[in-house]
Ligand binder design. Structure first.
Ligand SMILES: Cc1cc2nc3c(=O)[nH]c(=O)nc-3n(C[C@H](O)[C@H](O)[C@H](O)COP(=O)(O)OP(=O)(O)OC[C@H]3O[C@@H](n4cnc5c(N)ncnc54)[C@H](O)[C@@H]3O)c2cc1C
Length: 1011
């Protein structure tokens, strides 16, 4: 070990010597760029603003806009003198400063981008050839959101290949040895550029679409003697990329072709298993292939994404762990040199020196592997490696400035990263000894993770801890249940198996549940699969007035005891229910797929939300449940606390069939009310499943009752019932307003004024600013408008485009809609499934006819499944604010696009509706973002993201105006609607003697006291 370390140090020092022979700062471009980077490394806040500015700049067309943005990003005090002067200058002479800035940023981009187009890049490659540096070329492009984009990409790859092959015909191998392993022409391909609908849950679908696009490229590469490498992108695409690689290179045509390569990312915890699997595959295949070993370019993205979804993070938390793993994998690659040609993609001299030392130890000639480095980075290291007689290949991105921005920002981040090698060596002059240390020695044994990954409470204790504390800020502490990550094959298998199992139970009958008993009635309501209406998922017993009366009585009887059951016991009931929901997660998701046509991930999100409602409300009730002292005054204890209202009637919709029902019912139960829950007529089976969950969790008889039946019969009866004290309703405006009205009438014998929670629909708008990132706008708008067929109350219905951006957005929006996969959601690749039932189907088609008569039909999908309630995604343009399709809620996959002059008009249009549920804004102008945050009328405002997908605790959900009464499901004040506040005041003085302190909290007022 020690001998190897000294060999690594010897080689590392040699590289440094050679590097120091041609001293070059970290950033070869001097002046503007150099200074900005130096500032970025000093000030994290500046860095964020700078990179954001760089990101938006190419999309700004006029000098004035550039200056405005510069002002908004950097007008804060404390940003370095360079920027201060820049902003100042810009204010005075905007027509000069705008172009200069753009020119400077283009200069920055061109440091990392080898050419605008294939012709441009050849000149760069020639220069490198003279320096004995080879190339691999990568095509930069905008995010692929449609199949039109993907086809264009495929054509560009082919064109690039042809040009490179033609121009380099006479080029020979720089080392003149083992050249058969290293074709001169080397192309790096990203699979996300070739198929717009990759769904990690369905690798087979992705492969089926990607392989036909790749084959012509591979065939041609083989003909011209080129090499094709599959780059590796985010973790979501990793398994698909590996699977695709193995599938296509096992095909007869490519089985014996050695010039294919793939990337392994050492920052991934499962990279060693993946590499071993590839080696085994390669040995069976019997032909060489190549692996480029890198650490990985998406560390920040992966950590953020996993944190947001509550997933296990796929990357290592400590940089030395990635470095150490890089070395482990280097060994694995070199030990399998007989089947793999290795490329080491790193700028880190320690990582490079390790590979060199080990190769020597294993007797592998230096011409049989290569070092790969990025264009525009670590020039002196490349030169040193060439001088030492190693193979060096440069990774050369080609493309325009705009699509190149995300690549540029990644490189800037890498160069300025606190943890990066380049910064340590070239900007901070860390000593060679330090830089060459064995990474294993640097791994901290306590496994400390970076700040943003540190959870205030260890995961396993989070829910318990929450319950113990009274004062914690719930938004900060509550951790949501993780979503199922369908990237994993195991999750895919579990879901498929659940679908098979649930299908076996089709046609079963489900009872009502009243007073702790299952109740069967003669009348059965079938619940059908909207993808295949001849399939009956199950039958629900139908309740009539008699059962409704029975349920009210059972609830009333149970209320007395339940209302005085300690909060802790009630909270635990919800937590047991949450555990059961999690245990039955796949099964319940599968029921949703069949009964309401939800795609896998949407169904899973619904169950996750139900779990969250239970745990979050349990936590909230513990917070509210203990009487709290109102003021500290001597001689008096005055405690504010809550009582439940009585019997709560819960009426839920079918579109979140378990989550919303569970949310309202669990809130009712945990607050001490007795609840009668009525699922929608279209989602009886989901409702019955939820009842099973609570039954298993041990809900006492009568505390939760389940009645399925017609809203117009039992619903209306119970709303008017004198013994029902509150109604929690989520559904249509028409029904909601009726409930609101009838609940206002006080009937003979009624004890309470009825409280109504009324959550209704929306006509949600998304405004798109002139500087918005078009790729993001399109991706998120499509998802917000057509995800779950547009049947979420939060769904996007009106896309409001500033005229300046109109054409650019529409050019990409329509092809993106045309690329959506429509089909039975049993298949995970389907993004758009059926609408809920025939009535909805007809109503939406009628609206489409209205749209055709009022506006312009800009797009309608042509191919939809022949059976089932499938509606083609439809987009209307030339929509005016007063048209019916712009005013009325459609609740289907229909999007209206409105063109406006400016942000003033956009806000006027967005707010000019009866509803105020969700609203969105896409912009990169900090000032405009602040304005929209303040002025857009909606209960939930989303900036630069989709306007659907609220998460319990994180995005308390609910609207106002005709969208609802202003309540927030999943928010910390939600439970208050189920409670009546009370204050108990006691004079604690006796002849002037008063206790010194009155406790801030006291036990609940319970009598008799529980044992
Ligand atoms: C030719 C070439 C091609 C490449 N192709 C790809 C590709 O297809 N896909 C891809 O993802 N990457 C690819 N990369 C890698 C990526 O772009 C970075 O350049 C590379 O990860 C930087 O590593 P380094 O060894 O040069 O620098 P170092 O400074 O030694 O390492 C930086 C890397 O360490 C990792 N890291 C940083 N912080 C932490 C932390 N706290 N915990 C754990 N790990 C951390 C990250 O991966 C980061 O990029 C490629 C790199 C090269 C040179």
């Amino acid at each position: 070990m020690r001998a190897r370390q000294s060999e690594i140090e010897r080689r590392g020092r040699r590289i440094f010597e050679l590097v120091d022979k041609h001293p070059e700062p970290l950033f070869s471009k001097a002046g503007f760029y150099q200074r900005l980077m130096a500032l970025s490394m000093r000030d994290e806040r500046f860095k964020v603003q700078l990179f954001r500015f760089v990101d938006v700049l190419p999309s700004l067309r006029r000098s004035r806009e550039i200056i405005e943005h510069l002002n908004e990003y950097f007008s804060d005090d404390g940003f370095g003198p360079l920027v201060g002067t820049g902003v100042h200058l810009a204010r005075i002479v905007p027509w000069v400063s705008g172009p200069i800035l753009r020119w400077n940023v283009s200069g920055m981009a061109h440091q990392f981008i080898a050419g605008k187009n294939p012709d441009d890049v050849i000149a760069t490659l020639r220069k490198r050839r003279a320096q004995k540096i080879g190339f691999t070329v990568d095509l930069l492009g905008e995010a692929v959101v449609s199949e039109a984009d993907a086809d264009e990409y495929a054509a560009r790859y082919l064109d690039l290949l042809e040009k490179l092959a033609r121009e380099t015909k006479s080029w020979t191998d720089p080392l003149g040895k083992n050249s058969e392993l290293f074709p001169v022409v080397n192309l790096s391909v990203k699979i996300s550029a070739l198929y717009s609908q990759i769904n990690p849950a369905d690798p087979a679908d992705a492969i089926a679409h990607l392989a036909p696009k790749l084959r012509p490229l591979l065939r041609r590469a083989r003909e011209v003697g080129a090499f094709i490498n599959f780059d590796m992108e985010s973790y979501a695409h990793k398994n698909t990329t590996l699977e695709l690689f193995k599938t296509i290179f096992t095909e007869e045509e490519f089985k014996d072709w050695p010039h294919a390569g793939i990337v392994i990312q050492a920052y991934l915890r499962d990279s060693e298993a993946d590499l071993r699997d590839l080696i085994e595959w390669g040995r069976k295949r019997g032909t060489r292939f190549a692996v480029r070993l890198v650490k990985g370019a998406y560390w920040d993205y992966e950590t953020t994404k996993s944190l947001q979804n509550g997933w296990d993070c796929p990357v290592y938390f400590q940089k030395p762990q990635s470095d150490a793993n890089f070395e482990t994998l280097t060994r694995l690659l070199l030990e399998n040199e007989s089947i793999i040609t290795a490329a080491f993609g790193s700028h880190n001299v320690r990582s490079i020196a390790y590979a060199q030392a080990l190769a020597d130890e294993l007797g592998i000639d230096r011409s049989r592997f290569e070092f790969q480095l990025l264009y525009g980075m670590a020039g002196p290291i490349k030169r040193a490696l060439v001088e030492m007689g190693y193979r060096v290949r440069e990774y050369c991105p080609v493309g325009e400035l705009l699509p190149g921005m995300s690549y540029l920002v990644r490189r800037l981040l890498e160069n300025t990263s606190n943890e990066g090698f380049l910064r340590a060596k070239f900007a901070e002059n860390v000593s060679a000894k330090e830089l060459l240390r064995d990474p294993r020695e640097l791994i901290r044994s306590n496994g400390a993770s970076p700040m943003k990954l540190q959870s205030p409470i260890p995961l396993q204790d989070q829910h318990r801890k929450n319950s113990a504390s009274l004062d914690t800020d719930p938004g900060d502490v509550y951790r949501n249940s993780p979503l199922v990550n369908f990237v994993y094959k195991d999750s895919q298998d579990k879901m498929r198996s659940a679908l098979r199992e649930v299908r076996k139970r089709f046609g079963e009958k489900y009872p009502l549940y009243i007073g702790g008993e299952k109740v069967w009635t003669d009348q059965l309501t079938p619940s059908v699969n909207p993808s295949a209406p001849d399939e009956i998922v199950g039958y629900g017993s139908e309740a009539g007035i008699a059962e409704a009366e029975r349920a009210v009585k059972a609830a009333r009887d149970a209320f007395g005891k339940w209302s005085r059951t300690p909060v802790e016991e009630r909270a635990r009931l919800l937590e047991r229910a949450a555990d059961i929901l999690e245990r039955r997660r796949y099964e319940l998701s599968a029921v949703e797929v069949f009964e309401v046509g939800k795609p896998w991930n949407e169904a899973d999100a619904d169950i996750r939300e139900a779990v969250d409602f239970c745990r979050f409300y349990a936590q909230q009730m513990r917070r509210l449940g203990r009487p709290k002292l109102t003021q500290q005054v001597p001689g008096e204890g005055s405690y504010h606390h809550y009582w439940p209202r009585g019997v709560a009637f819960v009426i839920a919709p079918w579109n979140f069939p378990i989550a919303i029902l569970c949310g309202m019912a669990s809130a009712g139960v945990v607050t001490g009310n007795a609840v009668i829950m009525k699922p929608s007529e279209q989602s009886i089976i989901c409702g019955a499943m939820l009842m099973q969950v609570f039954e298993e969790a041990g809900v006492p008889p009568g505390v939760l009752n389940f009645l399925s039946g017609h809203g117009s019969v039992i619903g209306a009866h119970l709303v008017d019932h004198k013994d029902v004290d509150m109604i929690a309703f989520t559904g249509s405006r028409e029904v909601g307003l009726k409930i609101w009205e009838s609940a206002g009438i006080t009937r003979p014998g009624q004890r309470e004024l009825k409280r109504v929670i009324c959550e209704m629909g929306g006509k949600n708008a998304m405004i798109v600013d002139s500087d918005a990132d078009v790729g993001e706008v399109v991706g998120y708008s499509i998802y917000s408008a057509f995800g779950y067929q547009g049947q979420k109350c939060s769904a996007l219905s009106r896309l409001i485009l500033l005229e300046e951006n109109y054409d650019r957005v529409m050019e990409r929006l329509i092809p993106a809609a045309a690329s959506l996969r429509i089909g039975n959601p049993e298949e995970p690749g389907s993004m758009v499934g059926p609408v809920i039932d025939e009535a909805a189907y007809r109503r939406i088609l009628d609206y489409i006819e209205v749209g055709k008569s009022e506006a312009t039909l800009a797009y309608q999908a042509k191919e939809i499944p022949p059976h089932g309630y499938f509606i083609p995604p439809t987009i209307f343009t030339n929509v005016k604010p007063n048209m019916r399709i712009a005013r009325e809620e459609i609740f289907g996959p229909v999007l209206s696009v409105l063109k406006v002059r400016d942000l003033d008009e956009a806000l006027e249009v967005a707010n000019g509706t009866d509803y105020a549920l969700t609203g969105g804004f896409f912009s990169r102008s900090p000032a405009n973002i602040e304005r929209v945050k303040a002025q857009l009328e909606a209960g939930n405002i989303y900036i630069n993201r989709s306007c659907t997908g609220a998460i319990v605790g994180r995005h308390p959900f609910g609207g106002f105006k005709m969208s609802g009464g202003g309540t927030k499901a999943g928010g910390e004040d939600y439970l208050l609607h189920f409670l009546i506040p009370r204050v108990v005041t006691e004079n604690t003085t006796r002849h002037g003697l008063a206790p010194e302190q009155t406790p801030e909290y006291r036990d609940e007022f319970l009598w008799p006291k529980p044992e």
